[in-house]
Design a protein around this ligand. Structure first.
Ligand code: HEM
Length: 508
């Protein structure tokens, strides 16, 4: 070994020794501390490989609350869902915006947001709910119908083969885009949508690395791809679009009031909303479709429910006419909602993070308090709750009626004999809860209604069970590790001939 090599090894050992010496020590009242031996990174690599497994392993050893050293940060995990309310209600001392406010600009390429603008941006989220939700839902229905009819309903007989994720992605991406940002000046579909979607997928693949703080210039062509995506939303382009949602119009107006924002910054904000509106919704749509198609009895139950709601409302369904399902009709589809909840339970893994604003003692319950240091992260990892056999019997299996009780949506779930306030958390919690959650569930419902009514669906033979790509653990809904092949055929129905559809074999 050369002298230089020896010197480097010596310096590295000294560095490790120094880090271990100066590393954080557990104080009285603080939870068990898990640091690992790798300086700075701590347990980040092990955590990144399979966060759920890592947390379950340490929960067995250390109990419900412990702190982990992860890439320079100290993150305290609260694993008992009965303790979630005490974290979620701590708005003042445990802040969400401090974390999101740093990460989002770096990821999407806009400048740090001044507090006044941040507050107004937050106010714009109301336009995804209330009366605006009805308008958004109505518009989404028309756009889903448009894309499905033009791209997938031309062939009137015979089976067509497709890749399920790709199918969901192409339909939901474009329909959501049209609903949020509007139609082009001429025609009803934007040209270049395929290229936009492909670039979006390339960016999305790098999303976990960007969120982890890897500089964009280290990620190959990611910066160029992101610039291209941002360029799509420059104000001079967007101003030509019509039927833009009130939500996006309000945000455009807002950005105009801030002289410090360049056109490219405004466009980057719009691009961030594109990610928020499809980044999780598309994989969530995939999993809901996948679980239904691979559980034919469940699919048939949901399909029957849709037919029942249409019949009760006097709607005559025919495959030759476009279907309109409004917000109220969607609300009646409880089996469908249960199926979506169940697939979100199985596929979502979003970590809820809060940053401690001061040193303080966090009360967990009547007996326990926790010493917390300023700057520490407090994290909830709801996937552990979603997969807890004490709460959900046989948590690995898909049960279409898991969220149904007496014909209504079930909200009673228990742990250790105590009713849980939070039992399903794909959309985050408290102050950072997803403002698009109602729209997301509505659009997934609409997509599935159209699919189940207009098509016969089957998995291709010999498809193995879909598995999750863990790369997105902690960040939202997981992507499938590989796409799934399926077949679909237009189901010809006249107004009075609503009949049984073909469903696939009970293979999965
Ligand atoms: C199944 C689909 C969706 C899932 C699972 C989901 C999940 C989430 C989660 C977990 C957060 C909070 C992030 C955190 O706490 O760190 C969030 C935030 C957000 N979501 Fe969603 N989301 C979905 C669909 C949508 C849709 C359709 C929209 C808009 C049309 C949307 C808009 C937003 C926005 C704007 C935020 C940021 C809120 C803030 O900064 O306070 N989401 N989403």
């Amino acid at each position: 070994m050369s002298a230089l090599m020896l010197l480097l090894l010596g310096l590295l050992s000294l560095f490790v020794f120094f880090c271990l010496l100066c590393g954080r020590k557990r104080r009285d009242g603080e939870p068990p501390l898990i640091t690992g031996w790798i300086p700075f990174f701590g347990k980040a690599l092990e955590f990144g490989q399979d966060a759920h497994k890592f947390l379950e392993k340490h929960k067995k050893k250390y109990g419900d609350v412990f702190t982990v050293h992860l890439a320079g940060k100290y993150m305290t995990f609260i694993m008992d869902p009965l303790l979630y309310p005490s974290i979620i209600k701590h708005g003042r001392q445990l802040d969400f915006q401090e974390f999101a406010g740093k990460v989002a600009p770096i990821t999407f390429g806009y400048p740090f947001v001044v507090p006044a603008l941040q507050e107004q941006i937050h106010r714009s989220f109301k336009l995804l709910q209330g009366d605006n939700l009805s308008t958004l839902t109505e518009s989404m229905m028309g756009n889903l119908m448009l894309v499905l009819r033009q791209d997938h309903m031309g062939e009137r007989s015979g089976w067509r083969s497709g890749s399920m994720y790709d199918f969901c992605n192409s339909v939901m991406f474009e329909a959501t885009f049209l609903t949020m940002y509007g139609r082009p000046a001429a025609g009803c579909r934007h040209s270049g949508m395929r290229a936009l979607r492909d670039d979006f997928v390339r960016f999305d693949n790098m999303f976990p690395l960007l969120i982890a703080g890897i500089p964009v210039w280290l990620l190959g062509r990611t910066k160029a791809i992101r610039d291209k995506l941002i360029g799509y939303f420059l104000p001079h382009r967007m101003s030509c679009w019509s039927n833009t949602s009130e939500f996006i119009r309000m945000r455009s107006g807002l950005f105009e009031q801030y002289d410090a924002l360049r056109d490219v910054d405004k466009a980057a904000h719009h691009f961030a909303i594109l990610w928020a509106s499809v980044g999780n919704t598309i994989p969530a749509t995939f999993w809901a479709m996948y679980y239904l198609v691979s559980h034919p009895a469940a699919l048939q139950r949901v399909r029957q429910e849709i037919h029942d709601v249409l019949r009760l409302d006097g709607v005559e369904f025919s495959s030759d006419t476009d279907l309109m399902l409004d917000r109220e009709q969607l609300e009646k589809l409880v089996y469908l909602e249960s199926a979506i909840n169940e697939s979100l339970r199985l596929s979502s893994a979003s970590m809820n993070i809060r940053v401690a604003q001061e040193d303080f003692s966090l009360r967990l319950d009547a007996e326990r308090s926790l010493g917390v240091r300023k700057g520490d992260f407090i994290a909830l990892y709801p996937q552990s709750m979603h997969m807890d056999p004490d709460i959900y019997d046989q948590p690995q299996s898909f049960r279409v009626d898991r969220y149904i009780q007496d014909g209504r949506l079930k909200t009673d779930f228990y742990k250790d004999g105590r009713k849980l306030k939070y039992y399903l958390m794909p959309f985050g919690s408290g102050s950072s809860m997803c403002p698009g959650r109602y729209f997301a569930v509505n659009e997934i419902k609409q997509f599935l209604c159209l699919l189940l009514l207009y098509f016969d669906l089957q998995l291709e033979e010999d498809q193995s069970q879909a598995t999750q790509d863990l790369g997105r653990a902690g960040l939202g809904v997981m992507l499938p590790a590989a796409d799934v092949r399926f077949r679909y055929k237009l189901h010809m129905v006249g107004p009075l001939t609503v009949g049984p559809h073909t469903v696939g074999p009970l293979t999965v």
